[in-house]
Design a binder for this molecule. Structure first.
Ligand SMILES: N[C@@H](CCC(=O)N[C@@H](CS)C(=O)NCC(=O)O)C(=O)O
Length: 219
């Protein structure tokens, strides 16, 4: 039995899990969460009533949260690319950066996008402004942090980079990274060149017209 990922290719958190699966060529089954597969969505919602994706189903267990899916894969399906480093100190740094990308890049990015799909009379301009300010602060911190680094934590590609790739990809579409932040922009470019993420980006191309803010003609 192969692990089963309930996901959508255009979703940033699904791409985060897909990068990990692609990095190690882990065999898995993709269950598409889309309106034309209502039965798959019902199975997913029954397994995880919070209804945030992806989830991974394996050996009778439901694993939720993209970071924990990657942790689970590294325990049960380890491969040559160690996304959670064996060294405990480096692993701490990896997990810390993973939290940074989820909480301070992806979360405010989603806040701006989710606001755009609300009914016009339920929008929250103050919340959107706060989210944009958070993105600016996060870009500023990351630019200093990435000075001299290739990947987010330690010397090797890790869980933190799986988180960074889709979060910086969509954040730049949502709230462009200032051209003065060379280190962040260079890091985003390196992530786009990584074959695992390039594959996830390519698989998601057909869905670009659905990006609520309008997808830019690049990347
Ligand atoms: N904390 C979750 C977040 C997952 C998440 O926000 N997924 C988005 C797709 S990128 C989602 O489920 N959106 C559907 C919705 O909000 O209804 C994780 O790390 O996996």
């Amino acid at each position: 039995m192969r692990p089963v990922l309930y996901a959508h290719p255009f979703s940033s958190y699904c791409q985060k899990a897909l990068i990990a699966l692609y990095e190690n060529d882990t065999p898995f089954e993709f269950m598409m969460l889309a309106p034309d597969h209502p039965d798959v969505y019902s199975e997913f919602a029954a397994r995880w009533p919070i209804r945030r994706f992806p989830i991974l189903v394996d050996r009778g267990r439901t694993i939720m949260e993209a970071s924990i899916i990657i942790e689970y894969l590294s325990v049960h399906y380890p491969g040559p690319v160690r996304l959670i480093p064996d060294d405990a100190e480096t692993a701490l740094e990896v997990r810390m950066l993973d939290r940074f990308f989820d909480n301070y890049i992806s979360t405010p990015q989603q806040r701006v996008v989710f606001d755009a799909i609300r009914p016009a009379d339920a929008r929250d301009p103050y919340g959107v402004e706060e989210a944009r300010e958070m993105l600016d602060r996060a870009y500023g911190w990351l630019d200093r942090y990435m000075e001299g680094r290739q990947w987010a934590a330690g010397d090797d590609f890790s869980l933190a980079d799986c988180a960074a790739a889709p979060s910086l990809f969509y954040a730049d579409w949502t709230h462009p990274i200032d051209p003065s932040f060379d280190n962040v922009r260079g890091y985003r470019r390196r992530l786009l060149e990584r074959p695992s993420f390039a594959r996830a980006v390519d698989e998601a191309r057909p869905y670009r017209p659905f990006f609520p803010l309008g997808a830019p003609d690049r990347d």
